[in-house]
Ligand binder design. Structure first.
Ligand code: SF4
Length: 377
């Protein structure tokens, strides 16, 4: 198998992983031999970069029920040796096709042995090829402390995909992965290393959930997400709507609607950027986020005592509770208020807020702006 054929197989194998911050299948990518596996991705500082997503190997000794790479599933298998993958990426980088790389892997010989090959690749990139760009390494299930520490030294970001909100739900997705010992423990260890070693302070961590495959509720996913932000200071949690893969045990399980994934991302933003806590969030009787409206609008409708908010006096916290006003438009409102008063809803629109959604919840100089009932979004 030549290098491009390997890149095809190992790039495809990495496609489902969103924990690297890549924008996913729907985003525009370069459609040539190499560019197919280069994704727009968002760096921790908010800058969008082009990232090669690739597996070190698509051989795997685990048999997660949802995964195309699971052992025993008929598909061509291949492996990049460290020098081969480092050289391929160096060529891609020099050709200015990508400025970042995400390396994951199937598990072969346990987590630590699998990581040895990934770490060797990273060492070649940082050493022989003097690559100073963005590197994201996946921590393998059950990886030991020395491998985790070396990964943190080499990479800008590390991640472990928890896949499910608890060990009970993980058991429905994977018969061989142990939630606390193999998945959570490496994240906890990495967090301790980041906190205690000043040389690692800038390193960040992420995780990903497969949504819907274990029939878990949104409440359970969001509760675990909130705990991960609080206890492990994760930079991001990613959500991947389950889509069944042929010839896997879950091939007949219903796919998860993308709207569910979207509502989870909206909720995640409320937790990270809008000052919401888990207790603020509203779920339906089944423990899921309502689909007919975004979670912030649902909160606003259920808290009439908090509205209307006078735009000329409201604090940042109050503004952030208004549907249609985000962190950026709230900052602009506070800044604009120093020199003028808000009298028309058009002034709000000019600052980047969604005035149609905000109108039912605000006052302008004591007056409610004209509005129609907002359509669900
Ligand atoms: S460990 Fe599980 S999810 Fe990861 S590649 Fe192997 S089978 Fe797939």
């Amino acid at each position: 198998m030549d290098t491009l054929q390997k890149l095809d197989l190992l790039g495809e194998g990495a496609q489902a992983d969103l924990a690297c911050g890549s924008c996913g299948e729907g985003q525009k990518r370069v459609r040539d031999d190499v560019g197919r596996w280069i994704y727009p991705a968002v760096r921790p500082d908010g800058k969008t970069i082009r990232m090669l997503k690739v597996l070190q190997t698509n051989a795997c000794e685990k048999n997660c029920y949802y995964c195309a790479t699971r052992c025993g599933r008929a598909q061509p298998r291949t492996t990049f040796q460290p020098d081969e993958l480092a050289r391929v990426f160096d060529e891609i980088h020099r050709a200015r096709l990508a400025e970042a790389i995400f390396i994951s892997s199937g598990v072969v010989g346990g987590g630590t042995r699998t990581m040895e090959r990934m770490i060797a690749t990273a060492e070649l990139l940082r050493g022989k090829y003097a690559f100073r760009g963005y590197l994201h390494l996946k921590l393998m299930p059950g990886a030991e402390a020395a491998a985790i520490e070396r990964a943190l030294q080499l990479a800008d970001r590390v991640s472990v995909n928890l896949e499910a909100p608890s060990s009970e739900y993980l058991a429905k997705l994977s018969p061989t992965k142990r939630y606390a010992e193999e998945l959570l423990a490496p994240l906890q260890l990495a967090r301790r290393m980041i906190e205690t070693n000043p040389a690692l302070h800038r390193k960040t961590m992420t995780t990903q959930f497969v949504v819907g495959a274990a029939d878990e509720s949104d409440r359970e996913i969001v509760a675990t997400t909130a705990r991960l932000y609080r206890d492990l200071a994760l930079a991001r949690v990613y959500f991947s709507a389950f889509q069944p893969v042929e010839n896997t045990p879950l091939e007949n399980h219903a796919p998860t609607p993308l709207l569910r994934e979207h509502r989870l991302y909206q909720t995640d933003f409320l937790l990270r950027q809008y000052g919401f806590t888990f207790d603020d969030l509203i779920f339906d009787a089944a423990g899921n986020l309502p689909t007919e409206s975004d979670p912030k609008t649902v909160w606003a409708i259920n808290h009439p005592e908090a509205f209307p908010v006078e735009l000329n006096r409201a604090s940042r916290e109050e503004l952030l509770r208004v549907p249609g006003i985000g962190p950026r438009s709230a900052a602009r409102i506070l800044c604009a208020r120093r020199t003028r008063r808000f009298r028309t809803i058009e002034q709000l629109a000019r600052l980047g807020a969604d005035e149609r959604r905000a109108a039912p919840f605000v006052l302008l100089d004591g007056r409610m702006p004209p509005h129609q009932l907002a359509l669900p979004v």
